[in-house]
Design a protein around this ligand. Structure first.
Ligand SMILES: [Zn+2]
Length: 621
């Protein structure tokens, strides 16, 4: 089974992703740290250490922001060390070690404000969700050579298993995440009991009686959130769909409920299905994946179309202006796609991974990594802009940990094969001693060079993903056997010796995308894609708003002379614009005033660089 190449084996990450990582290391991480400190999130841990009580403020799951930040910082320090970040990490590490209770429990809201609520309101409280993020941070540090938090991770699981597990109390977290963390802890320590606990949680989900539903039997005693604010309570009944607890996963067919919960849960379930070779579970995940990717995913890879319950609605209900498409949901989808690939190596999930990464996820962060979108609409009427932080700040540190660990998503290996999901500029050494250097301007250009250096003859397979959007792909490796095609990959099975360079070229042309006619919002509209990048039109003024334009597609879309700020080609397309007019709101038989223009398109991920603007992905044609 392929897995990520440990970051410590990398010498460099450059190009497109390297620029994000540098910005994160020099600006984004300290910006986020200041928010974490300034909003009292660190102070909660210090207050626990000082034995204070009643001082927790803000959302109950705020501890997770510190953990996700620490995880991101741990990855970032490997290739982009920053002493300021290092100093902040020390504060975080000491705060975590100090605040963990004797029995391994750590959740500052309960420790400070409501000790009597421990493990009482699983559906809302997020205790295990936070512990999951804590465990992931501990693992990240351990992988970087700092094992100080591993006892914290294992003690926190001991705390869970003291109460929950087979033969004990049935229960997991209303917000999945602990399951993914437990599989990572199994992979990190080799201890099967962690994976088995996650398997058990996955198998319990959706069973009756539901431990979550039971909490609603006496909601005034058991629920910290009032019923009128509960997404898990609808029409006087428990609404298990919100947290994927309406039926066992093996019986589920469609993706429902809260999008981040769903994708975290299914990412973990994917690892569970792989580990246990569980065909009914795998079949269910395949059905849910098909429903998601064929009827409920935006062209940007955004998922969860409504802010009402932060989740899914119905097939083909993909509004643009009010699209929710939370940044975390895109990240969760990338995680699910990655795990799906690891368990069943094929390019299908990687096509979805790439769509989400280069579009709906990266739109969630400014290029300097200090401003964020929580939701990622596909149309704007100058009503939204990226923010420095949020009260519910799940997205900023989540995108930080994704950016800092992007190599986990781009290159993977097992003992026979190196898989390249997309060409990322980087260099690293495999455990078999092969050195790999990738030169790439992807996604802005389709050409990449992969140089493999072997000190002694080494047989190894190099598997290059052929993207779903690529019509022409050329691979050149002098002296090689022709590539074989396997599950969407071009595979070179070679004995490597000395330095050999493979040239890979995806022909990139602007391509038009139409949506299924059941997506009523996109009727008569097209989206434009170049390489893996979805484009949009944007204007700061209402008079030039793309909403007023209709594309004229009788001529090809041209590459513009200007580059976008992120180095991507701009695209140019002829359009007719309906101009402003004086006159009343409604008028009989007035001829509209049109003009010809050339509309410039930029990558969707780069929109909003100068604040509020008019923007559209799906353009009238
Ligand atoms: Zn979020």
């Amino acid at each position: 089974m392929p897995s990520a190449i440990p970051l410590k084996q990398f010498d460099s990450v450059g190009g497109f992703w390297g620029a994000y990582q540098t910005e994160l290391a020099t600006k984004g991480l300290m910006h986020q740290w200041q928010q974490i400190v300034g909003t009292g999130r660190l102070q909660h841990f210090l207050d626990v250490i000082d034995g204070k009580s009643g001082t927790h403020t803000g959302y109950r799951f705020n501890d997770s922001d510190l953990y996700k930040w620490l995880e991101a910082a741990a990855y970032s320090q490997v290739l982009n060390p920053n002493p300021e970040v290092k100093a902040a990490m020390e504060l975080a590490i000491n705060a975590i070690i100090g605040a963990q209770a004797e029995d391994g429990y750590l959740f500052t809201l309960i420790q400070l404000n409501k000790p009597e609520w421990k493990w009482r309101n699983l559906v809302h409280m997020h205790e295990m969700y936070c512990l999951g993020h804590l465990i992931e941070a501990c693992i990240a540090l351990n992988q970087m050579g700092d094992s100080r938090l591993m006892p914290v991770a294992t003690k926190s699981v001991d705390c869970i298993t003291a109460t929950f597990g087979p033969g004990k109390r049935v229960g997991s977290c209303g917000h999945p995440e602990i399951e993914l963390a437990l599989y990572r802890l199994w992979q990190e320590t080799g201890q099967k009991r962690y994976a088995e606990l996650a398997d058990w949680m996955i198998d319990c989900r959706g069973q009756r009686p539901s431990p979550f539903e039971t909490e609603f039997e006496n909601p005034t005693d058991n629920c910290i959130v009032s019923l009128d604010r509960c997404c898990e309570w609808k029409d006087g009944k428990y609404y298990g769909e919100y947290l994927q607890d309406d039926k066992p996963i093996r019986d589920q067919d469609t993706i429902v409920g809260h999008s981040v919960r769903a994708a975290y849960l299914y990412a973990a379930a994917q690892l569970s299905a792989g580990r246990r070779k569980d065909k009914p579970l795998q079949d269910a995940l395949d059905r849910i994946w098909t429903n998601l990717t064929e009827a409920r995913m935006y062209v940007t890879g955004g998922i969860g179309s409504t802010g009402d319950g932060e989740g899914f609605t119905a097939d083909y209900d993909l509004p643009n202006l009010n699209a929710y498409a939370e940044t975390c949901a895109g990240i969760a989808l990338a995680m699910w796609a990655r795990r799906s690939f690891e368990v069943n190596p094929s390019t299908d999930p990687l096509d979805v991974l790439e769509r989400a990464l280069f579009n709906g996820i990266l739109s969630g962060v400014s290029r300097d990594t200090t401003r964020y979108f929580y939701d990622n609409p596909l149309e704007s009427r100058a009503n939204t802009e990226r923010q420095p932080w949020f009260g519910c700040a799940c997205c900023p540190p989540n995108i930080a940990r994704l950016l800092a660990s992007i190599t986990d998503y781009a290159v993977q290996a097992d003992d026979k094969t190196l898989y390249l999901a997309f060409p990322i500029e980087c260099s690293f050494t495999l455990t078999n001693g092969l050195k790999v250097k990738i030169k790439s301007q992807y996604p802005n250009r389709g050409k990449a060079e992969i140089t493999i250096t072997a000190k002694q003859p080494t047989r190894f397979r190099l598997a290059l993903r052929i993207p779903d959007w690529a019509e022409e792909v050329t691979t050149t490796l002098p002296g090689a056997q022709p590539a074989e095609y396997e599950e969407g990959f071009a595979v070179f099975d070679e004995v490597w010796e000395g330095d050999r360079t493979l040239t890979l070229e995806f022909e990139m042309e602007p391509r038009l995308i139409s949506a299924h006619p059941k997506v009523l919002d996109n009727l008569g509209r097209v989206a434009v894609q170049y390489g893996p990048t979805i484009y949009c039109a944007e204007s700061s003024s209402e008079a030039n708003a793309p909403q007023r334009a209709t594309l004229e597609l009788n001529e090809d879309i041209q590459l513009g002379a200007q580059k976008s700020p992120g180095g991507a080609p701009t695209l140019q397309v002829n359009a007719i614009r309906q101009n402003d007019a004086d006159g009343p709101l409604y008028e009989y038989e007035q001829e509209a005033n049109y003009s010809q223009e050339t509309l410039t398109l930029i990558p969707y991920r780069e929109w909003n660089a100068s604040g509020k603007s008019y923007m559209q992905v799906w353009l009238r044609a």
